[in-house]
Ligand binder design. Sequence first.
Ligand code: ATP
Length: 579
Amino acid sequence: MIEKLKHKYALSENGAKNMIKAFVAVTIANLVLMLPVGLLYQLTSYLLDGKVPKDKLGFFIGGIVVVFLLVAVTTYFQYNATFFSTYVESGVRRRALAEKLRRLPLSFFGKKDLSDLTNTIMSDCALLETGSSHWIPELIGSMISTTIIVIGLLFFNWKMALAAVWVMPIAFIIVLTSRKGLKSVQKKTMTYKLSCLDGIQEGLETIRDLRSNNMTETYMEGLNKKIKAVEKNAIVLEFKNAAYVCSAQMILKLGIGTVALVGSILLVNGEINVLTLFVFLLVVTRMYEPLQIALQNLSALISLEPSCERMDEILSHEEQTGAEILTNKGYDIVFDHVAFAYDSGEQVLSDVSFTAKQGQVTALIGPSGGGKTTVSRLAARFWDIQKGTVTVGGMDVSKVEPETLLSLYSIVFQDVTLFNNTVMENIRIGCKDATDEEVMAAARLANCTDFIEKLPDKWNTMIGENGSELSGGERQRISIARAFLKDAPIILMDEATASLDVDNESVIQESISKLIRNKTVLIIAHRMRTVDGVDQIIVLKDGVVAEQGTPSALKEKNGIYKHMVDVQLESEQWKYNQV
Ligand SMILES: Nc1ncnc2c1ncn2[C@@H]1O[C@H](COP(=O)(O)OP(=O)(O)OP(=O)(O)O)[C@@H](O)[C@H]1O
């Protein structure tokens, strides 16, 4: 049962145990609320006999006090079991989701966009929070307590009990039949909501382009359509929900009528007395009250199912795991007959083999879409390959835990990610234990010091969300400073000097020459003059190694590389010219 609850409602072991406690708490609370009916039964029977015996007065007063105390204790117990544990569990669930996302392969993120995942962590969790504190315990608790009461009633008078009970399964079946329809509308609503969130996010991210292309009105029209779709679907969902729940609640109320009808017949036939009829009417109204709420809760739980499924999809997704101990001997990177396709299924690399040797610079070049970025990502196990092997110093990267493996790499990609923190802390990301002096030394090597010293708070200047207060070249130099600080044995670079001015570029190139000494360097290059001095060039075209060798050998071959060099030489002569 614990395992089932864990999967169904994305709970931790403790959360599932607490939920069972909540079921028990609600059941006991509901049963305790039936005790006054027992007292009333006793009292009425004495009153019908003429008077209440004096020696019983103490029993009734004591009974009332005990009932009050029990109600107070069970309410506290129920509150504790539902609310407190729910909010603790909610925090645990959000952390578990975030922790899980950290361990998932990047292929998973190709299928999900940012708003989808944020929505799961925030909105789906909040919805499940209400579900766990109200809907689920109240539904299960009232079902258990009603079953116990019904068994008691059957022993008391089975005919009257049947007159009260027959409506219950019908009411629940009505709500359950809505399951398929409700779930599909709920899924649609969620899809529309996510598309709406995507639209808003896209609008905010691209506001500059929208304005410069006079596209704001078109964008707003598109967004309005998405908002209207959400509205329309939400109304349909509410309407369907209300139709099923209200019909079920009406059926439930029929039970009071049948109890009165059957009771009157039995009374006339002398099978029961007035007191029994009175008690049944009292019990039935009390018993239907939590069931009315249970029907609403059942419907709410059905609508909650898609959210739980989305959470379970993340929590039960296979992680990228592996050994936490590195067994590599040296740092040669070897691609051996590697084939790879992203989730879209299209083959991106087929049968790629090459060796990037330690102490050498290997440049990946080739036409756009040839697979250069993909190869450099696979070298660090950002994705798992489908065929062949990628090894570092003889160690198969697919068998190493990703974070352990990444300790071997310094990565400098074009799209630098910076955090809204100080410059100092943004560089320290390269090595979290580095001292301020070490950070500054790395920054000096990456030629960052000049621009950092000019910032308002120097090293303590906050650089805005994703470094929005820095220029492209400055962002890139921070990323290079991180690589200096990390000082990892393997360096993956994506045309690291692309957005630097000529002066900066030559200084940085000199620094990079120092950085890469004795390291395995895999560099994605777009400009042929930067690869003239590398040890080896791998030309990737259409996902295969079309050429490989030293720059001079490839120039002599007169193939793709030579052609790229010639074309770039030509393009360097280009000037702005009116034709
Ligand atoms: N995350 C992804 N999901 C699906 N397909 C992808 C993904 N990333 C890249 N691709 C596809 O894989 C192929 C190779 O892309 P890759 O980025 O490796 O090429 P590249 O040689 O680095 O190109 P460029 O020089 O333009 O950066 C392309 O067809 C691209 O559309």
